[in-house]
Ligand binder design. Structure first.
Ligand code: HAM
Length: 414
């Protein structure tokens, strides 16, 4: 039997990763400008971390967690998201009372039914601001979201935003929702009947028509949160509405239990069914909940597979490439010295050295195929005279003989 990759866990080849690298290099500039620093946490954590944070009743923990017993019979899980681990790390380091601006990236694991835009191993880039109470942090994170979208050329998107109130408001609203829905349980889709039992707030997320109709008559989050929270939400929306499409969505509760306060998602109609490419919100209670001290927390995570679908790379300049061709069979240490000197002189150029032997013609064909703009050709004669052939590969391009010093100068100033 052939060994295959696991379902929903794709390999990523260089041609796939080209877009990723563009995205990552642009993102690192944004993080730098916000003075946000990278944190790396393990891929494996104690299962309890996720049941206590993401929530026992959430789909992520209930159905999607990759959990195993290790050799010590302890239940460990592959992380389904990054926020819980970041909070765990800070509690462990006893730094809850400091302020932190973190970013992270890496694979996450959820045992979901794979489909377009949904994988079992997928990647997130996340940002977590710790120690900042409700206020400026919300503005800063939303403006970071706008900057990210702008820098990578996404203009066709909507930010959905809601305020879940504090923990008490969430609990009171949840009770009232259950009281309202219970007498109508038979009118709900079976999936929603199950949600009503396990995690009632998720019924608000339902895509089922009868459930949506029923909810129109039901209690609204907005009626349970304080006036201050409502004003804050409206002010946020007003601040950004001139720069993007941002809409209050009262049905937005998000799939993780730890949120209180502002929650948001960005969606794009160019993505199909899995249209959310970023999600986040405030989760001030999580540190306490995991046994740490009180710590304000807010953040978001981008689904990398989804956002790079939207990446506009047409106008992105490709790096200059020069083919390095050794003509004939002479392998000479001088040849490699030239290649070494070229790379040291200008490492923003790709020096594409063809490692296989072959005729000059076939190597030149390959240089053209690989989109090289120039070729450096070294033959026996040239080597003897300490020279190389410099060939412009554009239509009608010329070639000239240069000394090894001249070629380094030319290469440095390309
Ligand atoms: P989330 O909404 O569960 O939030 O995930 C964030 C993003 O990850 C989603 O918007 C989506 O783009 C991507 N994503 C989720 N599941 C999959 C999947 N199976 N395949 C491909 N992409 C997926 C969180 O994870 C929170 N930790 C975000 C956060 C950070 N909240 C506060 N801080």
């Amino acid at each position: 039997m052939k060994i295959q990759s696991l379902r929903g866990m794709p390999d990523l080849f260089p041609e796939d990763l080209e877009r990723w690298h563009i995205f990552e290099s642009k993102l690192s500039k944004i993080f730098h400008s916000f003075d946000t620093h990278e944190i790396r946490t393990p891929l494996l954590e104690s299962s309890e971390l996720f049941s206590r944070s993401v929530g026992n009743s959430s789909d992520i923990v209930n159905k999607e967690l990759y959990s195993f017993l290790d050799r010590n019979e302890e239940s460990i899980s592959l992380r389904p998201e990054g926020s819980a681990s970041v909070i765990r790390a800070i509690i462990q380091k006893k730094q809850e009372q400091e302020k932190h601006k973190f970013w992270y990236q890496g694979p996450m694991f959820r045992y979901e039914r794979p489909q377009k835009g949904r994988f079992r191993q997928f990647h997130q880039v996340g940002v977590e601001y710790l120690g900042f109470e409700e206020g400026i942090a919300e503005y800063e994170l939303l403006s970071m979201v706008l900057q990210i979208n702008k820098l990578i050329g996404i203009s066709d998107y909507t930010i959905k935003i809601n305020h879940l109130g504090d923990r008490d408001a969430k609990k009171i609203f949840c009770d009232s929702l259950v009281t309202f829905l219970k007498p109508h349980i038979n009118e709900l889709h079976v999936k929603d009947q199950a949600r009503l039992k396990s995690n009632p707030l998720r019924v608000l997320d339902s895509k089922e028509k009868p459930t949506q109709e029923l909810l129109k008559e039901g209690p609204k989050f907005q009626d349970f949160i304080s006036d201050d929270s409502k004003i804050f939400l409206q002010n946020l929306v007003d601040a950004f509405s001139n720069h993007c499409d941002i809409q209050i969505d009262q049905s937005l509760v998000r799939g993780l239990d730890y949120y209180t306060g502002i929650v948001f998602e960005t969606v794009s109609q160019n993505l199909g069914a899995q249209d959310a490419f970023l999600g986040g919100g405030r989760y001030d209670n999580l540190s306490r909940h995991l046994g740490g001290k009180d710590m304000h927390a807010i953040g978001f995570a981008i689904g990398v597979e989804r956002i790079i679908e939207l990446l506009n790379i047409e106008n992105i300049k490709q790096p200059l490439k020069v083919g390095f061709i050794i003509a004939g069979e002479q392998i000479d240490k001088k040849t490699y010295k030239i290649a070494d000197d070229l790379r040291s002189a200008n490492n923003s150029i790709i020096l594409d050295s063809f490692l296989s032997e072959g005729s000059l013609k076939s190597q030149l064909r390959r240089a053209n195929k690989n989109n090289c703009s120039y070729a450096i050709i070294i033959g026996k004669e040239e080597l003897k005279n300490d020279q190389v052939i410099w060939k412009d590969l554009s239509e009608g391009g010329e070639q000239s003989l240069l000394t090894s010093k001249e070629v380094i100068d030319k290469y440095t100033n390309l």
